[in-house]
Unconditional design. Structure first.
Lengths: 167, 110
């Protein structure tokens, strides 16, 4: 369908959140990550011979998160991916709670779908663990504390490629 | 490590710059497909694996062919207009007051 419009159709979350927080009286807008150079690593072998891992920004659902509706500590973690968890903690993350929900983990962390693709021969295997990274105000913590640890875990698990899904 | 990002906040990811980006134009929360739609989810994961394999340079964005079904969420999310401007200003004031209180408490205990 040809629908003409005089504006871009996708939402700019940088503009939207800046205006929203300004309306709340925060005068200093968040400075989003912007890199002129982007690292790129090509796949070293066919994807059908690869072990694929998954990184999520969702948190672990533990008893405390369940009962209090919040996480005390937003920690980096690695958790068994088989069987996939049935629920993850997402209440403290920035997503559209008015339009959708996160009751189906495969809608934001598709461990079951990825496992099915192993059965079909699309990839060789999935990583025995998936990796959780907290969203941080500090980009330095993400780049220099969290990313190296996830790389270390992924290498321990023999991972050839990673999918990262951000809520 | 070869990577692909699956997401719905197109501007944030593209400003950052990533090796490979699979963009699904949905409300934030379901970057791998609609809840309980296994076929769509399998398709989006499959597209991500295709991109892992075929990308020859960084910052390639692939947009998946799925539509949410309506466009109401686009304007509703984090909307600021005359109906909520005062309420938002009060919320901000209240949060700053609570944070200042919490900070005072920390000093007392520390």
């Amino acid at each position: 369908m040809n629908l003409r419009r005089p504006y871009r159709s996708f939402v700019s979350y940088i503009d939207r959140s800046r205006e929203y927080y300004a309306a709340q009286g925060y005068s200093q807008p968040y400075a989003w990550a912007h890199h002129e150079d982007t690292p790129f690593t090509p796949l070293q072998k066919p994807i059908s011979e690869c072990r694929v891992g998954w990184v999520t920004t969702a948190g672990k659902m533990d008893a405390e998160a369940e009962s209090q509706g919040q996480r005390k500590v937003r920690e980096l973690y690695a958790q068994a991916s088989n069987p996939a968890p049935t629920r993850m903690f997402t209440a403290d993350l920035f997503w559209d709670k008015g339009a959708t929900h996160t009751n189906d983990i495969d809608s934001f962390l598709s461990l079951n779908r990825l496992a099915e693709l192993v059965a079909g021969g699309r990839i060789k295997s999935t990583s025995p663990r998936f990796y959780g990274v907290p969203t941080e105000y500090s980009q330095g913590k993400t780049s220099f504390r969290d990313a190296p640890k996830i790389l270390e875990w992924a290498r321990e698990d023999g991972v050839d490629a990673l999918l990262l899904s951000a809520l | 490590m070869p990577t692909a990002v699956l997401g719905s906040a197109r501007d944030i990811v593209e400003e950052c710059g990533v090796a490979r980006f699979v963009f699904t134009d949905f409300p934030l929360g379901n970057p791998c497909g609609k809840p309980w739609d296994a076929e769509m989810q399998r398709s989006i994961v499959g597209i991500s694996l295709d991109l892992l394999e075929r990308a020859w340079m960084p910052r390639i964005t692939v947009q998946t062919p799925f539509h949410w079904g309506n466009d109401e969420w686009r304007n509703a999310f984090m909307r600021v207009d005359d109906s909520n401007r005062e309420a938002l200003a009060r919320e901000g004031e209240e949060r700053r007051r609570r944070q200042a209180e919490a900070k005072k408490g920390e000093y007392r205990h520390g």
